[in-house]
Design a protein around this ligand. Structure first.
Ligand code: GDP
Length: 139
């Protein structure tokens, strides 16, 4: 069922600021069904693994530090065209460039502390969903 799921994380900045409820409300209001959801915290090793594609980037160390500083909410979301529609809902990586009404425009501080993650392809959505959830945790 390619195209039907995406993986999100409400990042430590947004969880700590108490924005999780409003963000989840926006996600459901945009037509996404929650297949799986949990409050969890990434270890150093797991954060490095999740963001391995960025391991050579100058911001990698800061990104891992940020993503491990506190709990996150991970979720698998289902919708037709899930990856693309969710990227539209969250807005540009840098909130300064994010469209009005997007989650990052509303809740992100800067290019690093940008409130939410959204998978960038169907292939990565499947990998990232398996990274966070066992099959029996998905409904
Ligand atoms: P995304 O797909 O929109 O999340 O963006 P990327 O995959 O390019 O980057 C992954 C995450 O790394 C982003 O969501 C940010 O938290 C962080 N990040 C991206 N670019 C930068 C940057 O230039 N500086 C810093 N400090 N963090 C960045």
């Amino acid at each position: 069922m390619a195209g039907k799921i995406t993986l999100t994380m409400i990042k430590p900045d947004a969880v700590a600021a108490g924005h999780s409820g409003k963000i989840i409300d926006m996600i459901i209001g945009a037509g996404f069904k929650i297949q799986a959801m949990k409050l969890t915290r990434l270890s150093n090793e797991k954060a490095k693994e999740f963001y391995a594609v960025h391991s050579e980037r100058p911001f990698f160390g800061d990104l891992v530090k940020f993503m491990t500083e506190g709990p996150i909410i991970a979720a698998v979301l289902e919708k037709e065209n899930a990856v693309e529609d969710f990227r539209k809902l969250i807005g540009a990586t840098n909130p300064a460039n994010a469209a009005e009404g997007t989650i990052r425009k509303n809740f992100a501080a800067d290019i690093e502390r940008n409130a939410v993650h959204g998978s960038d392809s169907d292939e990565n959505a499947a990998l990232e969903a398996s990274f966070h959830f066992a099959g029996v945790e998905r409904f």
